[in-house]
Design a protein around this ligand. Sequence first.
Ligand code: OAD
Length: 268
Amino acid sequence: MSLDDHAPLRGPTGRLTRARAILRDAERVLVLTGAGISAESGVPTFREAMHGYWRQFRPEDLATPEAFARNPIQVWAWYDSRRAQLRECGPNRAHDALARWILGAPDSRRLYTQNVDGLHHRALTDAHGSGTPPPEALPRELHGDIFVIRCSVCSWSERNDAPVDAASIETLPRCPQCGALARPAVIWFGEALDGELLQQAMADADRATVCLSVGTSALVHPAASLPRIVLASGGELIEVNPEPTPLSADASVRISGSAGSVLPELLD
Ligand code: OAD
């Protein structure tokens, strides 16, 4: 039975109760998050009407290898401003609740994110306290990490969260090995995801009995295919998003609310 937005949210027959029961009984859960989970941290999403990046800018100018080859100064200026904005942001209640929940059973709960903001990592480290969190609990970042830079030609990369001076081509970061321009280690339009990571994601989706999709418009593939793989292999879908998505009709439970208000109640 599917519970959509018309069913009550709370109470014995409510959507939260049903979603909690599905998660409690699930053998393996794949969580897929998108920009919406970071919205309450102050990070803009991509496609929302008011502040979405792709409502103000053309991705072809800022997020393709061709744009970088044509105008690396413009691309770096945009990424530097996003990095500066992210330094001011921290994980919110949704990241925190998810991190605690994953740490509760890291072998059977896998987190894949399309976000490059590193906020899941930070929430996990905070939730774990001292020491290093178990590797199984780490978020798998399908689209990379905005605070890693890599060579645009060879395989060099490093973690780097320093401001980038995008005033001229001379001040842009360069690869210490081959001297080519360095770029943000994120996936741009027209680029393939890391092959090994994608294989792992598809295998995890195939094995998962439940997918929890949070804050994604579910429009960008292959990430958006993961919930479909879970469904195709007989699993169930829970969706948390204030707006409907192409996945909504197939959700066992759809919760139309903000991640920061829903996830603590759903997962804690
Ligand atoms: P989008 O901007 O496409 O979608 C954000 C989703 O979050 C929308 O469905 C919103 O309704 C929802 N949302 C907004 N506020 C929310 C909140 N407080 N709680 C829960 N949900 C909320 O972002 P993504 O789906 O992440 O790719 O976009 C996928 C990819 O497209 C991104 O990773 C990026 C972009 O181009 C790359 O940069 C490669």
